[in-house]
Write a protein that binds this ligand. Structure first.
Ligand code: SF4
Length: 343
């Protein structure tokens, strides 16, 4: 069986290919074809001898995903990709372009075991983790398809990245490496509902990337209603983990808060959120709150908050010297906005 090249580190590839490749020069040529030129076939590696290309083709696989569907928003040009895996499973990634900057929102799992009540991905039965190569391939394929270079990447599409920790670490090494994608660490965001041990391990690795913690509620009872499988992690402890992350990395923390009408959009909630952030020493220039007005999802009965309620919530945070922004619903007409990715 062929080995999936994108699942391997440079060292692993070198070992697996040692019977057919002589020297590191060839390896760096191959890495260039894979990551810089994003070539999907060894036949295209034209500065390699034909015989070597044939041997590589016989031994390794460069693509394990197929773009099964591609939808483009008529509203804002956002593109929603549906990927098909070799074992015939489906997941999503989103390409967003704003003001000349291209952002990718990529998946880490097929289905999501966290099952947030407001999220379409949470309705998709968890099938498996994506491999490191399958995560990286999303970036390669979308860059190839759009012809655009990626400016920033967020792990916010399908799945909880911190439940796929070893593969996320593998991918981060590749995204940050100059031999891989060479993306600036501050342009990568990993989002987590707050898997505290993994968040702390990520902090200790000190990649310097941005962290987003999905809080969504200011008390345990309502959080449990929104994040159905909260794995027992508590609001206060999640914020402490955020503080630990900042202390270790000196990077940036976003607190994500999905606003849902009549559930968690009250002024009292905004005040309590401000108090919580103050108590955990999270009011500073390295922290912001991202307010995400609920985007409608089929068969989910929640309602979007009124514009006034969203603005009021933001103003209360601002009054407390907390940087807050309202996340726009990009690609809502193709169900590509936050929480809308599902079958
Ligand atoms: S919001 Fe994130 S963690 Fe929650 S179900 Fe959706 S993909 Fe999973």
């Amino acid at each position: 069986m062929k080995k999936y090249a994108l699942d391997m580190t440079g060292k692993q590839f070198k070992t697996a290919a040692k019977s057919i490749i002589d020297g590191d020069y060839r390896l760096s040529q191959i890495a260039k074809w894979i990551y810089e030129k994003k070539s999907d076939s060894f036949e295209n590696f034209t500065n390699l001898p034909k015989e070597l290309r044939e041997k590589l083709s016989g031994k390794f696989l460069l693509r394990a995903l197929k773009i099964a569907k591609k939808e483009k928003s008529a509203l804002d040009g956002t593109i929603r990709y549906t990927f098909e895996t070799l074992d015939k499973k489906y997941f999503f990634a989103v390409f967003l372009s704003t003001g000349g900057r291209n952002s990718l929102c990529i998946s880490s799992q097929i289905g999501c075991p966290v099952k947030c009540a407001f999220c379409h991905s949470g309705k998709v039965k968890f099938a498996r983790n994506l491999s490191g190569g399958e995560i990286i391939e999303q970036v390669l394929q979308i860059e190839n398809d759009t012809g655009e270079k990626t400016s920033s990447i967020s792990f916010m599409a399908m799945g909880e990245p911190m439940l796929n920790f070893p593969n996320i670490v593998f991918v981060l090494n590749s995204l940050l490496s100059n031999k891989g994608f060479g993306i600036n660490k501050r342009r990568i965001t990993v989002s987590s509902m707050g898997v505290i041990p993994a968040v702390k391990k990520l902090a200790d690795k000190n990649f310097g990337i941005r962290l987003a913690l999905s809080l969504h509620a200011v008390d345990q009872k309502r959080r449990k209603r929104l994040v159905l499988n909260d794995l027992g992690f508590r609001v206060e402890d999640i914020l402490e983990a955020g503080k630990y992350y900042l202390k270790k990395t000196n990077s940036h923390l976003t607190i994500e808060y999905a606003l849902i009408k009549g559930i968690n959009d009250f002024t009292a909630d905004a005040h309590k959120l401000a108090r919580l952030l103050k108590r955990h020493e999270l009011i500073n220039s390295n922290v912001n709150v991202s307010l995400i007005p609920f985007n409608s999802v089929v068969n989910i009965k929640f309602q979007s908050p009124d514009c006034e309620a969203v603005q009021r919530f933001k103003n209360i945070l601002k009054f407390n010297r907390i940087t807050a922004n309202i996340r726009p619903a990009k690609g809502a007409d193709i169900k590509a906005a936050c929480g809308q990715l599902g079958y």
